[in-house]
Write a protein that binds this ligand. Structure first.
Ligand code: 5RP
Length: 221
């Protein structure tokens, strides 16, 4: 079974998980990336069972619109029932490392606005300790040097993601070489650096449920 097939299986399992919760007033939060794209494609089949979605990126909003699924501005949405998104790494406490696609800030905002956060991954994303995947940090452009020097103090090697601007008009520093022993503490400490908009550790508001698809089938954490 390919990785894409496993991503699709996780996305389909998320549909099975959320379908009983939906009604005509429900708003579904939708993440960003290839696994989230598989979720969007599967969501199209049940689009008449809920009201609308909120998207964590322009790319996901475009894909949802392409399926004829309504997309609301978060400020107009009221209560978001559930947020479904992929991740770059997941640990045993359902803490996540996210932002490989650069949408981490809006992902964290929509996740925090939702009653429930369901993360969908294939088993290659499961780790004992977060940090082998470079940690994305969204930074206001004028603070790039200041933030990079502070991240070196944390023991990381920041690399400016070239030719990339976030949906919010900022840059991304990908931080290599971090072993994230205490995810909530590092998440807060990086957020305290002036110029940091958001970082890709999702630990203070970890996933409520992780759906993992492997060659053996689908299991939950
Ligand atoms: C985008 C993300 C994605 O969820 C993460 O990069 C996983 O992507 P994929 O599902 O393509 O493996 O955080 O900002």
């Amino acid at each position: 079974m390919t990785q894409d097939t496993r991503k699709r299986r996780a996305a389909e399992a998320a549909i099975t998980e959320i379908a009983p919760l939906l009604d005509a007033k429900s708003v579904v939060g939708v993440g960003t990336g290839s696994t989230a794209n598989a979720f969007i494609d599967a969501l199209a089949a049940i689009k008449h069972t809920f009201d609308a979605t909120v998207a964590s990126s322009k790319a996901s909003a475009d894909r949802l619109n392409g399926h004829g699924i309504p997309v609301l501005d978060l400020n107009a949405a009221g209560e978001v029932l559930v947020y479904v998104d992929g991740a770059d790494e997941v640990d045993g406490n359902r803490c996540l490392l996210k932002g490989g696609g650069g949408a981490l800030t809006r992902e964290k905002i929509v996740a925090a606005s939702s009653e429930r956060f369901v993360c969908i991954v294939d088993d290659s994303k499961m780790v004992d300790t977060l940090g082998a995947f470079p940690l994305p940090v969204e930074v206001v452009p004028m603070a790039r040097g200041l933030v990079a020097r502070a991240l070196v103090e944390f023991g990381g090697a920041p690399e400016w993601r070239q030719e990339f601007t976030t949906d919010n008009g900022n840059i991304i520093l990908d931080v290599h070489g971090l072993k994230i022993a205490d995810p909530p503490a590092l998440e807060s400490a990086i957020n305290d650096i002036p110029g940091v908009v958001c970082n890709g550790v999702f630990a203070r508001n970890a996933a409520d449920l992780v759906i993992v698809a492997s060659h053996e089938g689908v299991h939950t954490l």
